[in-house]
Design a protein around this ligand. Sequence first.
Ligand SMILES: *Cc1c(COP(=O)(O)O)cnc(C)c1O
Length: 394
Amino acid sequence: MEFDTKLLHGGISEDKVTGATSIPIYMASTFHQQKIGQNKYEYSRSGNPTREAVEKLIADLEGGVAGFAFASGSAAIDTVFSLFSAGDHFVVGNDVYGGTFRLIDAVLKRFGMTFTVVDTRDLNAVEAAITPATKAIYLETPTNPLLRVTDIKAVADIAKAHNILSIIDNTFASPYVQRPLEFGVDIVLHSASKYLGGHSDVIAGLVVTKDAELAEKVGYLQNAIGGILAPQESWLLQRGMKTLSLRMRAHLANAEAIFHYLANQPLVSKIYFPGDPENPDYDVARKQMNGFGAMISFELQPGLDPKAFVEELQVITLAESLGALESLIEIPALMTHGSIPRDIRLKNGIQDELIRLSVGVEDQKDLLTDLERGFQNLQGSKNNVSNSTVHSEA
Ligand SMILES: *Cc1c(COP(=O)(O)O)cnc(C)c1O
């Protein structure tokens, strides 16, 4: 089955009891056992038919052996790290999701795990960071907010050569754009709150493993830790996922158009988009992605105030998060990455003038008119954040 067909007919496409084409929301905590030990379902933390439908679907979409649904992307990530133990070491991408950094820094380090952070685009750096204690390489591609792209197959090959696992957070791409397991990655995970859910109405996380042994371990931990996705959310998520391809095609087309518009906008000094032929990651992106995703970040000319831009918009929503039908825009320095100390943030390449845009599926004309509105408002504005920099440097 091709990907678009799998979205509708993959997983469990109809309810076995009634034939309903939409799997019902099975609101049950426990299940009647006619004979002890012969039931498919016993207790909804261990297994629930609605959750199972979405789990089978994501496993099919990513091309793995089993899927697991969690109450959030963060719960999914925590459960995956629970595969490991005190003393284990990890090579981690240098711009993974802020919440993942927080989990590593504030929680997992306390449990005796150690981490080396590298730019995973630099394969020599990845290789050099591996020690005898290393158990996995963990990364995102494209990254947030600079949309850097790592060669997935190359990293999976390094992991294999060292007999360690490779784990990829595929949230920014979605399985429509990129399927890491096909390149040899062992575990792929998602914040399904983004493109997979797609409608800004559900918080969820998904994990898919490449082989049965890992599936068994993740399944055990899902039940043991208990951060499962509830039946209502499971249903909402699978409903959203059915239109993933339709949505992604519209997202990608709009992103392409907005990239070309921004490339010709004199108030923009830099664009971060894997589909930019001048982007150093362009060739790798083309090799492993179907389209280039619909996230675009760009820097205004130094000194321009990104607030004066984003607050003027009328169609594009000023909000955190991404992957929604509606376009979402944010200023990383003040919003998603605001908790990172400014000097570290600047060292990581996140300028005060940086704007991150999650391109939605609105009519292209309205999006371009809205961006034009923002640029009009910028003429003559001053960046307060930059001014304070001048102070602190003085
Ligand atoms: C949002 C996000 C997460 C966290 O997922 P939640 O569903 O919000 O817990 C993890 N990774 C990436 C890349 C994200 O964008």
